[in-house]
Design a protein around this ligand. Structure first.
Ligand SMILES: CC(C)(COP(=O)(O)OP(=O)(O)OC[C@H]1O[C@@H](n2cnc3c(N)ncnc32)[C@H](O)[C@@H]1OP(=O)(O)O)[C@@H](O)C(=O)NCCC(=O)NCCS
Length: 310
């Protein structure tokens, strides 16, 4: 008979085993291929907030893993950032055991509600990709309710004439005529960039900016006038193939800054060898469609469950 399943908290030295498991257990090839980045962003890099890794073992074998964290923005909210079970171990209660344990771990840290949804700024998905249909079924079976939908857009970088790779030269010339300079952001720009993002959008983009400016597989471009930041666009902070976040000062909207910054990033991502970029957790669909010919592709359901009080 098969050995019983035991669920234990994992120490950070087990990150490589979790990566290996995810390479086999994430059914979508684009996720399996980025398993190392996904686990890194959710666990070692998210060290500014409580994060717990859980492993499900059958005997000595790791057959499932889960990463969960507390929200740094909303007290009382816990997140399940990742759950994966090896294909030949499914439908035997492993996912349920991991989720129930995660709920207890998060409750001990003050959670009254648990979200199956990304916990910005360190997230790998906004929620459950609808094509992970077994996960959608499991979420419902385990008592979660769908509350929101989110989507990514895909920019095609696979051929020279793609609208995503349209030249930014004319746009940059027009902006220069208005005294606006566009350039790659350097580490020395980080304080001004984070101050701009915070004061303009109020927010949690510090981590994503720090994770993109001057880092391998990532980058950021900015627009400025007289030393004042007017906009930025970043890529690669959560996953190498993902674009975002970006933002333009409301007073500068409509001047073409956003499209130029976006396509500068996409050009970098293509130069790094990518044939597509995922514009993550998208807001303005018409902007990305118009500026880069991007299409809505990945769609995510977000779930939540109020924990029972005992
Ligand atoms: C989602 C996942 C973790 C579920 O793991 P699991 O160990 O198979 O889950 P369980 O056996 O505990 O299933 C719990 C319940 O969910 C439902 N369920 C799970 N898989 C299902 C499926 N393929 N079809 C219908 N219902 C399903 C069932 O109600 C099941 O209970 P039952 O088997 O008693 O009927 C697993 O399918 C997986 O690793 N998928 C790939 C990774 C993924 O999608 N992760 C989520 C995105 S990060």
């Amino acid at each position: 008979m098969d050995a019983e399943i035991t669920v234990t908290e994992l120490t950070a030295d087990l990150v490589p085993s979790v990566v290996q498991l995810c390479q086999q257990a994430l059914d979508l090839p684009e996720d399996a291929a980025e398993a190392a980045s996904i686990v890194d962003v959710l666990w070692p890099r998210a060290a500014d907030r409580p994060v717990v890794g859980l492993g499900a073992y059958r005997g000595a074998d790791l057959v499932g893993a889960l990463i969960c964290s507390m929200s740094s923005a909303e007290p009382g909210i816990g997140h399940v950032d990742l759950v994966a079970v090896l294909p030949d171990q499914r439908r035997q209660g492993v996912g349920r055991a991991l989720l129930r344990r995660a709920e207890r771990v998060l409750a001990e840290r003050g959670a009254t509600e648990v979200l199956l949804a990304g916990n910005p700024p360190y997230y790998a998905w906004p929620g459950i990709d609808v094509r992970y249909t077994p996960a959608v079924c499991a979420a419902l079976a385990i008592g979660y309710q769908q509350d929101r939908t989110a989507w990514n857009m895909t920019a095609d970088l696979s051929y020279d004439g793609s609208p995503a790779l349209r030249s930014t030269e004319a746009g940059e010339r027009r902006l220069a005529g208005q005294g606006v300079t566009v350039r790659r952001a350097e580490p020395a720009d980080l304080p001004a960039l984070t101050a701009f993002a915070r004061s303009t959008f109020g927010g949690t983009w510090d981590g994503e900016l720090a994770g993109s400016v001057g880092r391998a597989d990532a980058g950021c471009h900015l627009a400025e006038r007289d030393g004042e930041v007017l906009g930025f666009a970043a890529y690669g902070s959560s996953r190498p193939s993902w674009f975002g976040p970006m933002g333009t000062a409301p007073a500068a909207e409509g001047s073409g800054i956003g499209g130029v910054l976006l396509r500068r990033c996409l050009r970098d991502q293509r130069a790094a060898g990518l044939d597509r970029a995922e514009i993550g957790w998208v807001g303005p669909v018409p902007f990305y469609s118009g500026s880069a010919g991007a299409r809505i592709e990945r769609v995510f359901f977000l779930y939540r469950r109020v924990l029972p009080t005992t």
